[in-house]
Design a binder for this molecule. Sequence first.
Ligand SMILES: O=C(O)CCC(=O)C(=O)O
Ligand SMILES: [Fe+2]
Length: 232
Amino acid sequence: MTACLPTTERLEQDLRAAGHAVTPPLLTAAECAGLRALFDQPDLFRKTVDMGRHAYGSGLYRYFDYPLPEPVARLRSALYAELAPVAGRMAADLRRPRAYPPDLEGYLAECHAAGQRRATPLMLSYGPGDYNRLHQDLYGAEHFPLQAVIGLNKPGGDYEGGEFLLMENRPRQQSIGTAVAIPQGAAVIFPVAERPAPGARGYVKAAMRHGVSRVRSGNRLTLGLIFHDATK
Ligand SMILES: O=C(O)CCC(=O)C(=O)O
Ligand SMILES: [Fe+2]
């Protein structure tokens, strides 16, 4: 893994200013190919969802089962450690102070105590015409406020379209949309459900949803890293 996480300060600045941050590539093209190959190993997954059958969109996604494959576990732990202090400051800005444990193990112990024990990291696969409707990844009462999606293909090379979408709703305002072509091997970091958006008098609570625009051609695979575990 090309270990070049951006500094926490840079990540936090981007999250605060734009509502999301894009990291430098965390994986080489060869590491992305290795991860893409996991999608075809059914034994690694606890559940496969056909998005079309649930009106979630079009395409397939699969939740990993514990124990997670080594690179997935490593990325999830490394990103969690980077994001935990940022999540704590976001919670304070939303006037719901909370200290998140400094490492993922400690946070998962809190999820387990809340009855959330199932793995949530997932892989998503989109072909021509596929898309993912705007949604939030909440899997129980307990949720870590930030999540990550890593692009495993090259936008504009392996596929066209398929932008990562973020929709933000501030109180009494029309929605703001952002589209991101995720560079191969890079992660987009974004709020799971809400964020403190700068307002005239301090912060306001903005509701956030994310999805993926239609893939016009080619194939797009992503690795989704959600830090809380799920009830089911
Ligand atoms: O494929 C994407 O870019 C979005 C994936 C997603 O919704 C998620 O990981 O939660
Ligand atoms: Fe999602």
